[in-house]
Design a protein around this ligand. Structure first.
Ligand code: P1T
Length: 387
């Protein structure tokens, strides 16, 4: 199902790919086919649609649009980012080994360690920004490389083209969790990844109003296997939520440009603030992978992390003192959020590992929204000074 509009620009495809007007009425907004089943003329004589776990037209529109935006041939959507991640794990079998970035969303680490290890999968966590560390972790059972770039929450960058080359030479499946960049700023398939994955809950939805996940690939075998497993195991997304994500996608480019412009201003402001020890943002020249990010991404995204000059209590106070930045898990919505990874999103990672990797008590993560940047900076300044 390669999109015939592939030659059109991103913002145009976000609005039109997979979304031709509905043929019966001309409805310009993809209808929400809120149905579980489809009437057959006789047993087995159906329209191509049998049951909504298997096929649904609203879901297909979203899947085609996502495939187009990520430059793949197949999009598959799931009931959450974690459902997408779990289904990708079913490409493997007991005894297989996965090399994974050592800074990933806490829920990703949790499902790998507490669910899939019980089924005989092995995981090694390395700094995937260093290709030598990846190569050193490899063994005969290695079958997959799992990379977040930028990572959650330390915004580390992996050279995706170089990692893809390594995966190709070893015949590993290369999966990139592209949630933080969004398909607007980074295209992992074009850089050689086999699978691009998202928590759509974040930038793709963009309005903090729905939970979903997706996988995009141009590999027929992987697509076929994932589709089969989705239908067999059942982690599908309902038609209404598919429609919500379709609507979110239409403004993805607009939103990402504003997220980035605001994040850049916030990062520059924080970097000179006396209450801040260190700022992490790939768009800052001080970021250790700034050049690489500049090369492989078309923008640096909307997440800024920083270390406070203070302890955990000071960090708690900052998270409570902001008025526009609301203290909440998640990211990527139009509204700005602030959170403490150690206490919130990454609490499922053992404390000793968290500390070792830099997820210390003074670390704060911001999801910079699309409000007025001056208001956001004033909000942070007031909170930092009062805490
Ligand atoms: O929340 P869910 O839609 O199931 O997606 C999980 C997920 C996967 N990958 C990345 C990079 C993520 O950041 C997430 C979810 N993250 C948060 C909820 C968070 O606040 O970091």
């Amino acid at each position: 199902m390669r999109d015939e509009n592939q030659q059109l620009h991103f913002d145009t495809r976000a609005i039109h790919a997979g979304q031709a007007p509905e043929p019966r009425t001309g409805a310009i907004s993809v209808p929400i086919f809120q149905t579980s089943t489809y009437v057959q003329r006789g047993p087995g004589e159906h329209t191509g649609y049998e049951y909504s776990r298997t096929q649904n037209p609203t879901r297909e529109a979203l899947e085609q649009c996502l495939a187009s935006l990520e430059g793949g041939t197949h999009g598959i959507v799931y009931s959450s980012g974690m459902a997408a991640i779990s289904t990708v794990m079913t490409l493997l079998k007991s005894g297989d080994h996965v090399i994974c970035s050592d800074d990933v969303y806490g829920g990703t680490y949790r499902v790998f360690e507490t669910v899939f290890r019980r089924y005989g999968l092995e995981y090694t966590y390395v700094n995937t920004s260093d290709l030598e560390e990846i190569a050193a972790a490899a063994g005969p059972a290695t079958k997959m490389l799992w990379v977040e770039s930028p990572t959650n929450p330390l915004l580390k960058i992996t050279d995706l083209a170089a990692a893809a080359e390594l995966c190709r030479s070893r015949q590993w499946v290369f999966v990139v969790d592209n949630t933080f960049a969004s398909p607007y700023f980074q295209q992992p398939l074009a850089l050689g990844a086999d699978v691009a994955l998202h928590s759509m809950t974040k930038y793709i939805g963009g309005h903090a109003d729905a939970v979903g996940g997706c996988v995009v690939t141009a590999n027929e075998q992987i697509a076929e296997r994932l589709r089969f497993t989705q239908n067999a195991a059942g982690a599908c997304l309902g038609p209404f939520d598919c429609w919500v994500f379709l609507r979110g996608l239409k403004t993805l480019g607009l939103r990402m440009r504003q997220h980035e412009a605001n994040a850049q201003k916030v990062a520059v402001f924080l970097e000179q603030h006396p209450r801040v020890r260190r700022v992490i943002y790939p768009g800052l020249p001080s970021h250790p992978h700034h050049q690489l990010a500049n090369r492989q991404m078309t923008g640096f995204g909307g997440i800024v992390s920083f270390y406070l000059a203070g302890d955990v209590e000071a960090a708690r106070r900052v998270c409570q003192a902001t008025r526009l930045f609301q203290c909440a898990e998640s990211l990527g919505g139009v509204e700005s959020l602030i959170e403490h990874p150690g206490i919130m999103t990454h609490a499922s990672i053992p404390e000793i590992i968290r500390r070792e990797k830099g997820l210390t008590d003074d670390l704060i993560r911001l999801s910079v929204g699309i409000e007025d940047a001056e208001d956001l900076i004033d909000d942070l300044d007031t909170a930092l000074r009062s805490a």
